[in-house]
Design a protein around this ligand. Sequence first.
Ligand SMILES: Nc1ncnc2c1ncn2[C@@H]1O[C@H](COP(=O)(O)OP(=O)(O)OP(=O)(O)O)[C@@H](O)[C@H]1O
Length: 228
Amino acid sequence: MNEAPVLALRGVEKSYRSGDHDVLPVLREAELTLHAGEIVALVAPSGTGKSTLLHLAGLLDTPDDGDIVICGQSTRGMAEAGRTALRRDQIGFVYQFHHLLGEFSARENVMLPQMIAGRPKAQAKAEAERLLGMFGLSHRMEHLPGKLSGGEQQRVAIARALANAPALLLADEPTGNLDARTADAVFTELLDAVRQKGLAALVATHNEELLPRMDRVVTLRDGILVPR
Ligand SMILES: Nc1ncnc2c1ncn2[C@@H]1O[C@H](COP(=O)(O)OP(=O)(O)OP(=O)(O)O)[C@@H](O)[C@H]1O
C-alpha cells in the first residue's frame, strides 16, 4: 500500500528577473517528497530560496518548469480556480508574523477561512473554539489580536492555519518573532497538533534547536534540495 505523498516537488525550477536582462536562478530541479505524518525542516542561509520554495509549494506562485503535486494532484498547467481550491482545502500557512486581521477577534480570525470555504457559521464557531482551546486560548477568544501577547497571536495564527483541516502545513519561521522560551513552547504545541492530526509539514527555520524535533532536515545548495 503506497499512499500518494501529500507534497511532491518534481524538477521545480524558478528564476527571478531583475532588470531587463539579469536572471537570478533560485531553484534548479528541486525535488522533495513529503508523506502524511512527516515533519521536514528546511534550513538554508538567508536569500537561498526558502520562501520561494514555500510559496511554490503553497501554490502562491508558479514554477518556471517542473510540477508541484498536492495530495496526488498535479498542478502543472492547472487553472487558477483549481489552484485556489487546492490551496484552501489542503494547505495551511503559518508565517513569522501572525498576519491576523486586527479588527476581528481571535475566534473570528479562526472562523473566517472556514466560512470562506463554505462551512456554516455555527460549525465554524465550534471548530474555532475547539482549536483555540487546544492552544490554551479559551479565555482569549473575544480578544482582538492587538490585545494578545506575541505567543498568543502566533497560537491563534496556527489555529487558523489548521481550521480547514489541511493535509499540508507550510511554516516560514513560525516562531522567529518570539523570545526563545515562548518560541519553544509555541513550537512544541505546533508539532503536537501536526503529529496528532497526521499532517505533513514543511518548516523553514534558522533555529537549530528545533531541528532534532523534526523528522528530517533538508537544505538548499545551489538551488537544489539536499538532505542535511
Ligand atoms: N519577487 C522577486 N523578484 C526578484 N527577486 C526575488 C523575488 N523574490 C525573491 N527574490 C530573490 O530570490 C532569492 C531567494 O529569496 P527568498 O526570499 O526565497 O530567500 P530566503 O531563503 O527565504 O531568504 P530569508 O531567509 O532571508 O527569508 C533572493 O536573492 C531574493 O532577493
